[in-house]
Design a protein around this ligand. Sequence first.
Ligand code: NAP
Length: 275
Amino acid sequence: MFAGSGQVASLSNGVKMPWLGLGVFRVADGPEVEQVVQWALDAGYRSVDTAAVYGNEAGLGRAIRTSDVPREEIFVTTKVWNTDQGYERTLRAFDSSLKHLGMDYLDLYLIHWPVKDTTRDTWRALEKLYRDGRVRAIGVSNFQAHHLRALMEDTEIVPMVNQVEFHPYLCQLSLREFCARHAIQVQAWGTLLQGKIFDVPEVIALAGKYGKTPAQVVLRWTLQHGVIAIAKSSHRDRIQANANIFDFVLARADMAQLDALNRDLRLGPDPDGFS
Ligand SMILES: NC(=O)c1ccc[n+]([C@@H]2O[C@H](COP(=O)([O-])OP(=O)(O)OC[C@H]3O[C@@H](n4cnc5c(N)ncnc54)[C@H](OP(=O)(O)O)[C@@H]3O)[C@@H](O)[C@H]2O)c1
């Protein structure tokens, strides 16, 4: 169990966010998402990451409501989808997400992708939701440094989190440096290379060296970079194993070896060309 063992990051507003969460992208609403969330809570996870566009907020919310873990001990993130951006639409999208989740507040609300003409108005809606106390932290996802710079030019609150694709083939060094300068916590998605991390020889070798799995090695590498990790799995044994990353430390040379795999390779869309 890793819950309660102090494995939390502090966001710029002081809100605590677990260093590891369960992702539920491509997990079906209904029994499947309810089951994986329950397994994750049993394994000690206290953070879950969904999005309106994943279509599984209802099942995720039901799993949390019916679990033995109090709502306030679980960090719940969801995201406003591109077609819901804009001030009024975002406020409505937030209400709809909360209704699906069956919750009266959210821990983190993110703008899922930058959308050129609407993102500023979307951010103003997030600022209102934050000021009204309906969400404990607000942030963005898939924002490059130039998106953040533009957003911060004439808005009041600096995003607390930027959730981006991050793995040994896409280390995001300059974006991480930018975020560190502005106290924006980076959170990773796709860290397991959407399952292909098990094919990377250097990661397999390090897994052998540490007596860990390739997934555990790369999730540990993520944490040691000060980046919050999310791992998705629909299998109970993998959900449990992926959480077992707080009992070892990668040596500096091994961190550097993983960093050296960077080739700026994206699995997902390029944020500059996707809306
Ligand atoms: N903000 C965004 O735009 C964005 C985009 C993508 C994802 N995300 C979030 O980030 C989360 C994680 O990213 P992701 O789902 O794209 O991919 P990921 O976590 O990198 O990889 C998930 C894949 O790895 C497999 N896997 C997980 N643990 C494993 C293990 N121990 N052994 C073998 N295979 C394992 C899973 O298979 P099984 O399920 O079969 O175990 C699944 O196919 C998502 O669920 C979502 O919450 C956000």
